[in-house]
Ligand binder design. Structure first.
Ligand SMILES: [Zn+2]
Length: 279
């Protein structure tokens, strides 16, 4: 083999190696551009579209492929606030007391971002997690109620209480996006939830291992105790079984609203739902 032939072969090998690396670099570049476009598309979606869940712009491209996972993480981040929110000054002046508002599928809060002014956090003994808040009077009544239940041998705790507009929005979007047929009668739209009043609590008990919003709660002795006694402490079950067409919501045996001892007794005696009574 001549010296020139060897030179040509070596140069050819060198050129092939360069072409190979340039090829790999280009493919990677195209992949990154596609991922960036996916993020941009998700980020540009309108937040107020109820079918769209806002997604963190800092998420990694590969996580786009697993939308469900991101949503769940976001929900977990939002649903558990560390302390009770406080209202803006102007809200306090305009909307002092919403405790007897006939809030429901058709009636929302006059100020959708309403936050009551005296939210207080429940402690570990009375709630299943941090950041469960009720307005002061409802909290005190709730504590008396579960103390008395304890004396009768029943352990009841709150699993959820006040929710901000933003938290409700995430829960509602999540329910709608899950594709469940009953999403709209299982969760209130943001600005339409009794939970935003700060007087409503979801309860759970030792019999179901303190599971939250469990379909099994209605079978428990704690549920029976509450049905019998909650009104004595000002609490009424908002969405009873068999009243779905009136309340607009699926039965929620764990969901109680505080209306004051006097009103609760009137409602209990009337046999009406809160929705009918407040009309
Ligand atoms: Zn509830």
């Amino acid at each position: 083999m001549k010296y020139n032939d060897i030179k040509i072969i070596l140069i050819s090998i060198f050129i092939l190696i360069i072409i190979f690396f340039v090829g790999i670099f280009s493919v990677n570049k195209i992949r990154n551009i596609n991922s960036d476009n996916q993020i941009a598309q998700v980020s540009n979606l309108q937040e107020d579209d109820p079918k769209i869940i806002p997604i963190d712009k800092n998420i990694q491209p590969e996580k786009i492929l697993n939308k469900e996972k991101i949503v769940e993480k976001k929900v977990k981040n939002k649903v558990v606030p560390t302390a009770c929110p406080i209202p803006e000054k102007e809200d306090e002046e305009e909307y002092e007391d919403m405790s007897l508002l006939n809030i429901g599928q058709e009636v929302g809060l006059p100020n959708p971002r309403y936050i009551p002014e005296d939210l207080e956090e429940l402690d570990e003994g009375s709630s299943t997690k941090k950041g469960v808040c009720l307005v002061e009077i409802a909290k005190n009544s709730f504590l008396s109620m579960i103390d008395d239940a304890e004396e009768d041998g029943y352990s009841i705790k709150a699993s959820s209480a006040f929710r901000t507009y933003e938290t409700q929005k995430i829960l509602f979007n999540n329910a709608v996006n899950s594709g469940k047929a009953d999403a709209l009668i299982s969760l209130a739209k943001p600005g339409y939830s009794e939970h935003q009043l700060g007087t409503t609590v979801d309860v759970t008990s030792s019999s179901i291992d303190y599971a939250s919003a469990s379909g099994d709660f209605y079978k428990t002795p704690e549920s029976d105790w509450l049905k019998e006694n909650a009104y004595l402490y000002g609490f009424i079950q908002s969405y009873p079984l068999g009243k779905e067409s009136i309340t607009g919501y699926k039965s929620e045996p764990w969901h109680y609203r505080y209306l004051g001892i006097e009103k609760a007794k009137e409602i209990k005696d009337s046999g009406l739902t809160i929705t009918e009574f407040l009309k």
